[in-house]
Design a binder for this molecule. Structure first.
Ligand code: SF4
Length: 221
């Protein structure tokens, strides 16, 4: 496990990246692309798979690509789940994706006992030039069907329709919503501070809202 650093969630203990390589969602704001992984095909990293993950850690799995992208072979996913479930069952695993439709194909008995499915939802508007990941409504539909613990991450936050965005997020019943901003100066169409404040106000009575440090650039709270 690699210790949590940089813009990582403050509430996780570290990252574990047993699958690496080019993520075909090609989000324009992706920091991983700029870190040189873009040209490597998706592969299992045997060194990472052998890492000691300890116990009672909260671990972000695959922070550098999307484990549930259709290009990741099922046997890679099965091996990652097997190691987490059988070798280090005391940890909590954060399965982070923009493709929950594939995550929910996995039977719940295959997930480690302590798992949280976290889905990125940057906006409920469609910006085809920003990402090739599944659309917001597909992510919502799939996440609603997941029966375990759930989080939603709005990062990098992009302008949205307040009424429908907040409604659809809450209908997914996340135990926590994380909000962060673009860290990379990617000139995204960001919401105003007032709109972010209104979103937080709607969400807070119903779920825990975690504001990431990088949100401070556009929202002082
Ligand atoms: S889904 Fe994540 S890892 Fe993949 S391109 Fe987008 S930001 Fe990068």
């Amino acid at each position: 496990m690699n210790k949590s650093t940089g813009n990582m969630y403050e509430f996780v203990d570290g990252r574990w990246n047993p699958v690496k390589g080019k993520c075909l969602y090609q989000c324009s704001y992706c920091y991983v692309g700029r870190w040189g992984q873009k040209q490597n095909p998706i592969h299992l990293d045997s060194g990472e798979l052998r890492k000691n993950l300890g116990g009672n850690n909260f671990i972000f799995v695959c922070s550098g690509c999307d484990l549930f992208h259709p290009s990741v072979p099922w046997d890679f996913i099965a091996e990652v789940f097997r190691v987490a479930r059988e070798k280090y069952p005391e940890n909590t695993y954060l399965w982070h994706t923009k493709n929950p439709a594939r995550a929910i194909e996995i039977p719940m008995c295959q997930y480690p006992k302590k798992s949280v499915l976290c889905v990125t939802m940057e906006s409920n508007w469609y910006f085809p030039n920003i990402s090739e990941a599944p659309r917001f409504f597909d992510r919502v539909d799939a996440l609603k069907k997941y029966t375990g613990r759930k989080m939603i991450t709005i990062e990098p936050i992009i302008d949205f329709n307040l009424r429908t965005f907040s409604r659809d997020i809450l209908e997914c019943e996340p135990e926590q919503v994380n909000i962060g901003a673009d860290s990379g100066n990617n000139h995204l169409p960001e919401p105003t501070p007032e709109k972010i404040a209104a979103l937080i106000e709607v969400l807070r009575p119903h779920t825990r809202v975690h504001l990431k440090k990088n949100l401070a650039r556009i929202y002082k709270g």
